[in-house]
Design a protein around this ligand. Structure first.
Ligand SMILES: Nc1ncnc2c1ncn2[C@@H]1O[C@H](COP(=O)(O)OP(=O)(O)OP(=O)(O)O)[C@@H](O)[C@H]1O
Ligand SMILES: [Mg+2]
Length: 507
């Protein structure tokens, strides 16, 4: 398989970055092993691999956040020994990291212009800040008000702002670490169109995604990492989907729609007339026990508001919630939890996990809180957490590191395990497979299906039509905060579903 590595060894004049034999370890365990690859001008170079394969670590080396232990990188034909983020930027390398870096208390305009505020004699010209930021967004066809506070934006909008900031900075290399991980079909297509434009203008793009069809559609070259080593690197035309999955996972991964028995007649979760400002207007649904109902909409639409309202973090203007036939007052996190409803956020970094606590502590936090127990650090913790780790295949280099050290996809698995391990009566899941690899996605889908088989009512807010087709019994399409269509999954194709998301009407 290593025979297929191209562009390594011999001179390749158009390479803007050359990575040579890079090894990087954390606490004695290697996250990258002897990695070599070239990044060429005017090409999209995709990095693929399972969660924890080393993609983001490589990104951090390219962007100067980490230095290699062994090996080196060359930028502009010069070996860079001590690359720093500032120096990388000066060399024309722009990065949108997997862990987004907006300042949540600042406006969109301030975030886009940060570090480059137009001023005259040290006085910031705020009107120019807004104008230039607006121009950066307009240039990408993005309509977000530059006066909004970043923290109020949806995750999808935050991604767009960060991409706009990096594109505005210009440069010869743009690195995007899972830019489309939590975006709907429309926003993801916007990002891809932008990437193609930049590529055609001669920019070298490094692109990371777990969506195989997306990568096959956009990449000129693909490098696959497995356990920190390059197992394939070559032009896209030579690679098919099945081969790619096998290279990444080291095995075939089957992901078929599971066959579930019909749901019971009992309603496990009922939401009535839920309304909040303009973000949700008259949302209603009855999810039967054992049923999975999906809410699908364009990026940044009602899904994350639904999380806020159903979890009790925000009080809606009006509406009612019943779990297992019993009314649950809205606007109270503890009452929502007490009812047996578990809401899993799509925003794992700021709402879902405590990054400084270990994997095991995060896994058991919810169980112990619900049982009124204090979390003790002891060997019992490891024993109790072990089944959850196994079921969700949480992998890490160290044994039980702080959860913030895990790769993105593994953090996602910890988040799901934390909540779904508490025996919910009903659950609301927001983008549960955000950022997980193909094998983990299949595993998580199996686990969600198993929940439904056990009689849990599952409301699934997703930005992926594929996920909805795979898992749901019914789908509600939302747009502009309103329900615009509802379908049985058996009665609709994926393409029809996407068309409804993009513009169809109530049917
Ligand atoms: N600062 C760090 N300290 C300790 N271990 C780390 C650190 N950064 C990364 N790792 C480990 O290195 C390995 C590679 O992580 P990396 O984030 O590069 O994976 P990835 O391919 O980007 O995965 P994902 O698809 O989940 O984002 C993982 O096992 C991770 O736990
Ligand atoms: Mg990563």
């Amino acid at each position: 398989m290593l025979d297929s590595i191209t562009g390594v060894g011999g001179p390749s004049p158009e390479a803007v970055i050359r990575v040579r034999d890079v090894t990087k370890s954390f606490g004695g365990a290697a996250a990258l092993k002897n990695v070599s690859l070239d990044v060429h001008a005017g090409e999209v170079h995709a990095l693929m691999g399972m969660n924890g394969a080393g993609k983001s670590t490589l990104v951090k080396i390219l962007s100067g956040a980490h230095n290699p232990d062994l090996g080196h990188i060359e930028v502009a034909d010069r070996v860079q020994t001590q690359l720093t983020p500032r120096r990388a930027r000066r060399l024309g390398i722009s990065t949108v990291p997997q862990r987004r870096e907006l300042v949540m208390s600042l406006t969109v305009a301030e975030n886009i212009m940060l570090g480059d505020l137009p001023n005259r004699r040290s006085v910031v010209r705020w009107r120019s800040v807004a104008d230039e930021a607006r121009a950066a967004l307009d240039g990408l066809g993005i309509s977000i008000d530059v006066g909004h506070i970043a923290g109020d934006l949806t995750v999808a909008e935050q991604t767009m702002v960060e991409v706009a900031r990096e594109v505005r900075r210009g440069g010869r290399v743009l690195i995007l670490d899972e830019p489309t991980a939590c975006l709907g079909a429309d926003a993801a297509e916007q990002i891809r169109a932008l990437v193609r434009r930049l590529r055609d203008g001669g920019v070298a793009v490094v692109y990371i995604s777990h969506h195989i069809d997306e990568v096959l559609g956009i990449a000129d070259r693909i490098t696959v990492l497995r356990d920190g080593a390059v197992v394939r690197s070559g032009v896209t035309g030579d690679i098919d989907e099945r081969g790619l999955v096998r290279d990444m996972a080291g095995r075939d991964v089957v992901s078929e729609r599971p066959q579930r028995a019909a749901a019971s007649r009992d309603v496990g979760l009922a939401v009535r007339d839920l309304s909040h400002g303009r973000s949700i207007d008259g949302f209603h649904v009855e999810v039967r026990k054992g049923e999975i109902v999906a809410v699908l909409g364009p990026a940044g639409d009602a899904q994350s508001r639904l999380f806020d309202l159903l979890s009790g973090r925000r009080r809606p203007d009006r509406g009612a919630l019943c779990v297992d036939g019993r009314p649950v007052p809205l606007g109270s996190v503890s009452r929502a939890l007490g009812s047996g409803l578990r809401c899993v956020t799509g925003d794992r970094r700021s709402l879902g996990l405590i990054p400084d606590l270990s994997i095991d502590e995060n896994l058991l936090l919810a169980q112990d809180r619900l049982a009124g127990r204090r979390l003790h650090r002891s060997s019992a913790l490891a024993r109790r957490a072990a089944p959850l780790r196994d079921d969700y295949r949480v992998v890490s280099l160290a044994k039980n590191p702080p959860v913030g050290r895990l790769s993105g996809g593994n953090q996602q698995k910890v988040l799901l395990a934390k909540w779904l391990g508490t025996r919910p009566a009903a659950c609301f899941l927001e983008d549960p497979t955000n950022g997980v690899d193909v094998a983990a996605m299949a595993d998580i889908h199996t686990l969600i299906d198993a929940l439904a088989r056990e009689g849990v009512a599952v409301l699934l807010a997703s930005s992926s039509a594929e996920e909805v087709m795979r898992l749901a019994d019914r789908v509600i399409v939302v747009r502009g905060g309103r329900m615009v269509a509802e379908h049985e999954i058996n009665g609709i194709t994926r393409d029809e579903l996407v068309a409804t998301v993009l513009g169809g009407e109530l049917s």
